[in-house]
Design a protein around this ligand. Structure first.
Ligand code: KIV
Length: 271
């Protein structure tokens, strides 16, 4: 039987066992109770309370504005819905870079106040001290390399990262460092598929890709994007499993029509 089917609760060790056995890991984002409940009951392995909440829930252009308290609000809503999945929460921009003590305090606050199982940080060698300090408190850390949206003003665009040899080499080194520091898994975002496959093969910890090809140990997508709730965001790597934007628009316009025409509520729909 597969590890995925056997386990009642997904832990960081379960993910590592899945990698060892060559079983792909499925991860999606969630930011609220209702969505998290459906995703968890569908059998997902990992739920990421991503700082993409800043975009899809709050309407900001970047992930930078979301605050620690807002991340905790989203994470605790998700945690209340979960029976099985491992829940990983993004440390928000400005809460861990350059100050490992603050990083530790942020991670502890997230774990204590939301009940999450692990945290995710963006970056490589430059955040070594923060990762190591968080790990000393027994908090599992997921890394994130490649396109790291919290550094958007450094990159200038959301285009594919590490296409040039020098950046690719640095990414490989950083991935190995994250493993050596003690991260239980890493996310690779929007990098060439061949590079992501090489990293996945060279690392013993799971590598979860987004826009990084099929050679990774698992995949992650932003739920609102894969459900087709967002129309304007349409990168090549995104597979839409539904067109909820149009389905919801149809439902809302029908409801408006029914209210205005007095069709809703009918006799059976009242007391
Ligand atoms: O915030 C997020 O949703 C993420 C994923 C894109 C990996 O970091």
């Amino acid at each position: 039987m597969s590890v995925h089917k056997e386990v009642k609760k997904v832990t960081t060790h379960v993910l590592q066992e899945m990698k060892r056995k060559g079983e792909k890991i499925a991860m999606l984002t969630a930011y609220d109770y209702t969505m998290a409940k459906i995703i968890d009951h569908s059998g997902i392995d990992v739920i990421l309370v991503g700082d993409s909440a800043s975009n899809v829930m709050a309407g900001h252009e970047t992930t930078l504005p979301i605050t620690l308290d807002q991340m905790i609000y989203h994470a605790s809503s998700v945690i209340r819905a979960i029976d099985r999945a491992l829940v990983v929460v993004d440390l928000p921009f400005g809460s861990y870079q350059g100050n490992s003590k603050e990083a530790l305090n942020t991670a502890i606050k997230i774990m204590k106040e939301s009940g999450a199982h692990a945290v995710k940080l963006e970056g490589g060698r430059e955040i070594k001290d923060s990762i190591e300090r968080i790990l000393t408190a027994g908090i599992p850390v997921m890394g994130h390399l490649g396109l790291t949206p919290q550094s958007i003003y450094k990159f200038g665009t959301y285009t594919v990262r590490a296409k040039e040899e020098e950046e690719a080499q640095r990414l490989i080194e950083d991935a190995k460092l994250l493993q050596d520091y003690g991260c239980f898994a890493i996310v690779l975002e929007k990098i060439p598929a061949a590079l992501a496959e090489k990293v996945s093969k060279e690392l013993s910890i799971p590598v979860i890709g987004i826009g990084a090809g099929g050679g990774c140990d698992g995949q992650v997508l932003v739920t609102h994007d894969m459900l087709g709730m967002t129309k304007e965001f349409s990168p090549r790597f995104l597979r839409r499993y539904l067109n909820l934007y149009d389905s919801m628009t149809n439902a809302f316009t029908q409801y408006i029509k029914d209210v205005k025409s007095r069709d809703f509520p009918n006799k059976e729909e009242q007391y």
